[in-house]
Write a protein that binds this ligand. Structure first.
Ligand SMILES: [Zn+2]
Ligand SMILES: [Zn+2]
Length: 341
């Protein structure tokens, strides 16, 4: 079968690889129909993280189930599903606690399309088939009437934006929210959508990128122009740090109200990252950091998508055909979706 493969930094091509097969009775084989590019994918393909040889690309998709193990219940061949980007068993203590990103059955960062980070190849979604080792946990049916391209990013970035605000708005309903966007393309925009869908009384969007601010305004946020050097104009009870720069992180902390919550969805890549702990201690800024637990939050996200409260397609800026994937994958776009036509 064909698999879009990053063969070296900045170079991707289709490669022939063996088809995956069912290896257990709880597994599924899925044929990806629409694949979205995660905010980290351009960093991966550019060699921002040290490459360990060729690797399969893509970890956000809607696909069609083409084979199921005998023990899988509640799913059918032919069904369209969102696939969790993280491998998780659904049975270990961490999975049962909702911490599916750190499933005890797999080494850390066991995801599709992220071999440079984990060191292990689990396949990529820009392929003719992927093997899903825990179908009941990792596959979630697509709500009726929605097209695959609209939901491709629900594997990862859409729930990432959702979980950035959902627990904090549940604890403080109707709060005002600030999203600080500094280098991640789509996750901060999904966070805007989620905050509005979950009843935030207002959502402000701070960024140094005019196009990102304009996109956020179209989604219903109020834009705050900043270079992240000057102090934030005000503070908020809930702030989301979504980016890659220490300056953006510092701005997010400064914008958090005393006893407020600063939720970071960022992967700060350095060995250490400066954090103003003295200020945070004095003001009681509660700082949360960690990965999205995709399989655990997908049912809640899909419920919001199903009733139209979340519209991931409003964040998509480019839809390419499957054959164009090698070229399109390396071109800039806020959110690229590749679909079979
Ligand atoms: Zn991702
Ligand atoms: Zn587990």
């Amino acid at each position: 079968m064909r698999q879009l493969t990053c063969v070296e930094a900045g170079k991707v091509e289709w490669r022939e690889v063996p088809e995956p097969r069912l290896a257990g009775d709880g597994e599924a084989l899925v044929r990806p129909l629409a694949v979205a590019r995660c905010d980290i994918d351009l960093f991966l393909a550019a060699g921002f993280f040290p490459l360990r040889g060729p690797f399969a690309l893509g970890h956000e998709c809607v696909g069609e189930i083409v084979a199921l193990g005998d023990a899988v219940r509640g799913l059918e061949i032919g069904q369209r599903v969102v696939v969790s980007f993280q491998l998780s068993c659904g049975r270990c203590a961490r999975c049962r606690a909702g911490h599916t990103a750190v499933c005890e059955a797999y080494p850390t960062l066991s995801d599709y399309g992220m071999q440079p980070l984990s060191g292990t190849e689990h396949g990529g979604m820009l392929s003719d088939l992927i093997r899903v080792p825990h179908a009941s946990t990792m596959l979630h049916p697509v709500p009726h009437g929605l097209e695959p391209a609209a939901l491709a990013s629900v594997s990862d970035n859409v729930p990432d934006g959702y979980r950035a605000v959902a627990p904090h708005l549940a604890a403080q309903p109707g709060s005002e929210v600030l999203i600080v966007s500094h280098g991640l393309a789509s996750i901060p925009l999904y966070a805007v959508q989620a905050a509005l869908a979950l009843g935030a009384s207002c959502v402000d969007f701070a960024s140094d990128d005019g196009d990102a601010r304009a996109h956020a305004e179209r989604l219903g946020a109020r834009a705050v122009e900043t270079d992240f050097q000057a102090a934030p104009p005000r503070t908020y009870p809930i702030v989301v740090d979504a980016g890659v720069t220490p300056a953006g992180l510092a701005y997010a902390v400064r914008a958090t109200e005393p006893e407020g919550v600063c939720q970071s969805v960022s992967f700060h890549p350095g060995k250490t990252t400066p954090v103003p702990l003295g200020r945070m201690y004095t003001l009681g800024v509660r700082f949360h950091v960690g990965r999205c637990h995709a399989a655990a939050v997908l049912p809640d996200v899909l419920a919001l998508v199903g009733r139209g409260a979340l519209r991931p397609q409003a964040v998509t800026t480019h839809v390419a055909g499957w054959e164009d994937a090698p070229r399109a994958w390396l071109e800039p776009a806020v959110k690229l979706v590749v679909e079979r036509r």
